[in-house]
Design a protein around this ligand. Structure first.
Ligand code: ADP
Length: 209
């Protein structure tokens, strides 16, 4: 976790570009400066939202330009950014044989979280506590998505990046997710992508198109 106060929290992108080997420029010279709150990335498929999020999440590196989180250069110290990070990729996969509880315990351990209470709290937050002992292979798409949201939040991330988090969620779960995000957005930076305009109206404090 960053040692500075939440008010100092900032993400800065300085002319960030990603050009793939096939010549596709997915992200072209993006500069942004963000504090706490919820930033929604709005754009059609192929606009470069996932690529931008992957770079901020230190999954892939920019071809040029720099990214700073909380004063840390993410290219030179990616591990420091990762400690503060929660990330839900678009193609989030689960291990079918594990129960929801085992799955979260595994992700918590990867992130250095060893609190049983935290796992129960997360399962309740995403409304999976009643099925915590069922194998996730039998879960619906929406349930898997909620498990993905739970793993992204389990380390109390200062920087939460969620790629199409409401895709596949039923309306009441979408509402629950919006409420979770607007509650936590005050003390951290949340970046989400969506193509659903009502998500943005109700959650985002800033929008990048
Ligand atoms: P979005 O998330 O907005 O749908 P993406 O970031 O997934 O957009 O993709 C942006 C562009 O980059 C698209 O044209 C896509 O085909 C291309 N792209 C994404 N990943 C790769 C890759 N690994 N190699 C080559 N091109 C890619």
């Amino acid at each position: 976790m960053p040692t500075s106060s939440p008010t100092a929290l900032a993400l800065t992108l300085d002319s960030v570009t990603k050009r793939f080997r096939n010549g596709v420029v997915a992200v072209n010279a993006v500069s942004l400066s963000l504090g706490t709150g919820v930033l929604a990335l709005l754009g059609p498929n192929g606009a470069g939202k996932s690529t931008l999020m992957q770079m901020i999440a230190t999954i892939t590196r920019p071809t040029s330009g720099r990214i700073f989180f909380d004063g840390v250069d993410s290219a030179s110290e990616p591990d420091r950014v990762r400690r503060a990070l929660g990330y839900l990729p678009q193609d989030f996969g689960v291990y079918d044989g594990l129960t929801a509880s085992q799955f979260l315990t595994y992700f918590a351990a990867l992130k250095g979280v060893h609190s049983r209470a935290k796992i129960v709290e997360m399962l309740e937050l995403v409304n999976l506590h009643t099925v915590s002992d069922r194998a996730v292979g039998g879960f619906s798409g929406g349930m898997k998505q909620r498990l993905g949201i739970a793993q992204a939040l389990i380390n109390d991330p200062a920087l939460l990046i969620v790629d199409e988090p409401t895709a596949g969620l039923a309306p009441e779960e979408r509402l629950r997710f919006r409420n979770i995000l607007s509650d936590i957005g005050f003390e951290r930076l949340v970046i989400l992508s969506t193509h659903i305009v009502s998500d943005i109206e109700s959650i985002a404090t800033e929008i990048a198109v």
